[in-house]
Design a protein around this ligand. Sequence first.
Ligand SMILES: *Cc1c(COP(=O)(O)O)cnc(C)c1O
Length: 367
Amino acid sequence: MVDSVDASRAGARLTVDLGAIRDNYRLLASKTKGACAAVMKADAYGLGMEQVAPALALEGCKTFFTAHLEEGIRLRQLVPEDCAIYVLHGPPPGTARDCFQYDLRPVLNDPGQIQEWRALARTLDRELPAAIQLDTGMSRMGLAPEDLLALSKERDWLAGVRPTLVMSHLACADEPLHPVNEAQRRRFEELRALFPGVPASLANSSGVFLGSSYHYDLLRPGAALYGINPQPGTPNPLRQAVSLHARVVQVRSVCDGAVVGYGAHHACTGEQRIATIAVGYADGWLRSLSGRGFAFVDGVKVPIAGRVSMDSITLDVTGIAPERVVPGSEVELMGSHQSVDEVAALAGTIGYEVLTRLGSRFHRRYV
Ligand SMILES: *Cc1c(COP(=O)(O)O)cnc(C)c1O
């Protein structure tokens, strides 16, 4: 978005509440006797790592996770030197030296990544810190139990590596009664015994709420920091961290039988008033919200009429007095009337996807 345009007149405004994110961090950290990290992948779930990471460092967060090496390199400039930064995907082949140079700790997920890190340690003739990730049942990332057991039979299999964390990731933590949770916890318990004295970490946001037996030494929340409910179906203990407001571009009266939008999916019954707002699927307002989603004008809920376009959405504002919806009027898409989780449910997805898709054309405001 062009900086020279006054924010009050711009197309749409995304407000990120850093105070809410800090409050959420404090709440999550208060659940454990151990430490609480913060997951920063995908630009802090779309909210802006540049602003979010320093805010959390001020709140006392000392450990951060990114997915990619490049994210870790960017994060290194944003938080104090004494903060540990882990790169969840580990070093891509041939990048161990970059990882080292930027003082990043790779999460070692397989025998090949362990070899790369050890090779660099030999070259530099020093021990290098890293996390070891164990696959306890998700089959996505981490050492398979059989690989770990085979490796650990070799003498000095980790020579050169100083494990600073042993971790695993839960597949079903948002379903507290799912038997996979307990199965993963038990497997983690068994396998981490191979790393005596090394701090352990298992819980993502939802895992924090599975009870203290899942907490170990370090919590690893992402979503809950950003206001996504870690326990779907129960009241959200966390504060909403984002709001999104669009502006009306045009209001039209359309008569009985007229159709609205691509595919002529919405046919008007009687005279209707249609307000077009300047946000579309290119801004991350998912096309699956076509004919299903809602917005709020002056606190009144109005339905999306017809399909979401690339740059605009048509709202049925028939129920609102004409003088209250005019070009320039503000429309809430997320905020006090509609949470990220509610939008996600209507779109047939999860809050994680809604946040990480929020586009680059908004005026971003940090409060
Ligand atoms: C994304 C991720 C997290 C954070 O998960 P949330 O559900 O967002 O709290 C923690 N650990 C790993 C390995 C992850 O990939």
